[in-house]
Design a protein around this ligand. Sequence first.
Ligand code: AFP
Length: 319
Amino acid sequence: MHLQSYLKERCDSGGISAAEMGVMLALAAAAIAITALIRRDGIDADLGAETGDANSDGDTQKALDVRAEALILSHLKESDAAYLLSEEQPTPIALPRQTAPLIVAVDPLDGSSNIAVNVTVGTIFSLMPWDGNLPRPCRGRDQLGAGFFTYGAQTTLILAFASDARPQCFVLDEDKGHFIALGAEVEIAATTKEYAINAAYAQHWHAPIQQWKTQVLADAYSMRWVGSLVADAWRIFRRGGVFLYPADARAGMEAGRLRLVYEANPIAFLVEKAGGLAVNGGENILDLTPQELHERTPLLFGSADEMKILIALHKELDA
Ligand code: AFP
């Protein structure tokens, strides 16, 4: 089934609004344009080149960060979104339809340090309600929908709306220019023998992660770390596992590295819909109230049984 047909069925059945369908189609069109950009210009232009600028939080911007955001913005302008909250912008961007009912938050290009070495990157998005007041990000649990695209060997999409029981996955047919559903709804296996963490920071981990790592080493788990959240997340949705980017003792990592509003919340929304768990350690990500657009949070998510072990360790050992 094509994405358009899938969304029209959901809209006709009352599962999503026409505004949510329109915004999702706009984001899919932007993702198709970003795919073409990477496939075409990735040969000529150095899309991994730094622009010399930094985003609102000091992260160096890459050419593809800027061009991906521009494509998302141009497509959303024709949709029922009133504001865009972007990792690349310090404040919300007002869109033409100021009476539209939705706010969209995006990480336009997650994993951009991997562009120059052809590792999968992606676009993470969150659909939130707008009440007409200041465009503030909502709690993760109050999102209307969320998902992410990956740009790798295939361009893929995983998506869920508030009324869905499970997320749905799609793959882009690049010849025909549309996303096709991958069939079965997505469910993360409750148990796993695979984890993702950047072990280079082991000396800085706090007690709960140190103790958990000792256990998984003893149980001979396998490890994967792509260095691209969307790539690690897509693998976990497809074959299970856990992903950990915890807070650690390094300066500036008191709240970890990843962002609550446009990275952790969309991923956590999908993870819970798929039967997994997503926490900052001892608290559910979806229950956190964002205080600031670019605030960071520790993010641990994936197979429920493994996550329950991690949560218990944080409750027992966190200072
Ligand atoms: P970049 O967008 O700078 O490549 O960062 C990617 C990321 O935010 C996330 O996608 C990865 O999981 C994580 O950072 C990798 O962080 P480390 O480089 O510290 O392992």
